[in-house]
Design a protein around this ligand. Structure first.
Ligand code: PSV
Ligand code: MN
Length: 430
């Protein structure tokens, strides 16, 4: 019998915090009321908020240099689902997981779907992987996959994506996320336009195989592993591709996939306007695609992204239905703790952005009252909405302090006993 965190343990942990929490919640309620806001409405919004967890996120990540595995790491998709279940049990904001293939391959996907449900989890977008070679793979992706100069290699990569769609259907997913590492490391290595043309041609076959009600999310990334040119390097190339393919193709914004200081919130605004925003891979960064925990370095940027998202939601922007996912690499923390903290930070940014007085903001903007507009946005950002987030978790059966409760549970130490260490560490991005 594998160890699981009990509802009793959460109840006991909450019991110790309840009085202080109620006090903080009431105080915040009074503060918001003075601003014409209902804490109840905000709590309801927090309760309805969800962001998917990536199956690959519960394992310790790595860099090009090393991977330092932690104790009790998940060994397979079954262990990963168990860990994702704990994140949802404690934080109650991550009811879906986003699987990556072939990493999460099993022989029976109907059984896997049931297994996820037993952890109160469903499946979000399925991710294909043509950025690595797999054992027994016929043709290598060393020089590209969907855009490879060789037709047979392109075909192999297309077929993998078609298989991902088939698997996704069994799991209850409704979207395929495609990120390719294709590009070049030397000027002269590839014809920049021919590579893009081949991308469209390959994606066309994948697009045509999408079941009704499915979308394909195209993910751009500035650089890495290709360091001279990447085929889908930015939101411009991404938007061109999505527009050329048709309405089921949308652009996925991974926050780490832009040059430092890029105004990502403006990109988000433009994609919403073009009805092409697929959703997000949330993470944080300082220099590049650092894959740090969401909101850990620049929570203001995360908030400004949500400012655009809440604005679009409230004005009912046409075609606006973004999918929220986390995509991080945890190298020096317990991945469960990082994913809990990140889900809370993302939810925090959403609630903070919901506090903005949109009417007053529009009036300030129309009157060119710069300082007032800025203050209205800033006031929302500096409001500590922690009691709202805690209350949302508490009402849904989660933990008032999810990370402290996780530590008290001894879950990781138990898993270290149950999951023998897998020998051999490899370097590499996960
Ligand atoms: C690429 O860096 C990426 O952001 C893509 O979403 C991949 O699927 C993911 O990371 C996992 O490696
Ligand atoms: Mn990503």
């Amino acid at each position: 019998m594998s160890f699981a965190i009990s509802a009793d343990l959460i109840g006991t942990a909450n019991g110790k915090l309840e009085a202080a929490h109620a006090d903080d919640y009431e105080a915040l309620g009074r503060q918001l009321q003075r601003r014409g806001l209902s804490i109840e409405a905000m709590t309801k919004r927090a309760m309805d908020f969800a962001v998917a967890v990536p199956t690959w996120g519960v394992g310790t990540g790595g860099t090009r240099f090393a991977r330092f595995p932690g104790p009790g790491e998940p060994r397979n998709i079954h262990d990963k689902l168990e860990d994702c279940g704990v994140i949802q049990q404690l934080a109650r904001a991550t009811p879906n997981v986003s699987p990556h293939f072939p990493w999460d391959k099993v022989s029976d996907y109907n059984a896997l779907r049931q297994e996820a449900a037993s952890h109160s989890l469903g499946f979000d977008a399925v991710n294909s992987n043509t950025f690595q070679d797999q054992k027994e793979q016929r043709l290598s992706y060393k020089f590209g996959s969907l855009t490879h100069a060789d037709r047979a290699t392109r075909q192999q990569a297309v077929e993998h994506n078609l298989e991902c769609i088939e698997i996704g259907q069994k799991l209850g997913s409704t979207a395929l996320t495609v990120w390719i590492a294709d590009g070049s490391n030397f000027p002269g290595q590839a014809n920049l336009n021919a590579a893009f043309d081949r991308y469209i041609e390959s994606l066309r076959t994948i697009y045509d195989a999408l079941p009704k009600s499915w979308l394909v999310f195209l993910e751009h990334k500035l650089y890495e592993p290709a360091f001279y040119s990447t085929v889908i390097s930015d939101w411009g190339s991404n938007l061109m591709a999505a527009q050329e393919l048709g309405p089921k193709a949308r652009c996925l914004v991974d926050l780490g996939h832009h040059a430092p200081n890029t105004n990502i919130e403006q990109i988000v605004a433009r994609l919403i306007r073009a009805k092409k925003l697929a959703g997000f891979h949330f993470n944080d960064s300082k220099y590049g695609d650092d894959d740090l925990d969401s909101g850990s370095v620049d929570p203001f940027r995360l908030f400004l992204v949500f400012n655009e998202l809440v604005d679009a939601e409230l004005r009912k922007a046409e075609g606006f239905a973004p999918a929220y996912m986390i995509d991080q690499s945890h190298n020096v923390t317990d991945p469960i703790e990082s994913l809990i903290a990140s889900a809370v930070e993302i939810q925090r940014a959403f609630v903070q952005a919901s506090l903005i007085d949109r009417k007053a903001l529009a009036a300030a903007q129309d009157a060119s009252d710069v300082m007032l507009g800025h203050r209205l946005v800033k006031q929302a950002f500096v409001t500590d909405v922690s009691p709202i987030l805690a209350e949302a978790r508490r009402r849904k059966g989660g933990a008032i302090d999810p990370i402290a409760t996780y530590r008290t549970s001894g879950y990781r130490a138990q898993k270290a006993k149950e999951r023998p260490v897998v020998e051999g560490t490899s370097a590499g991005i996960v």
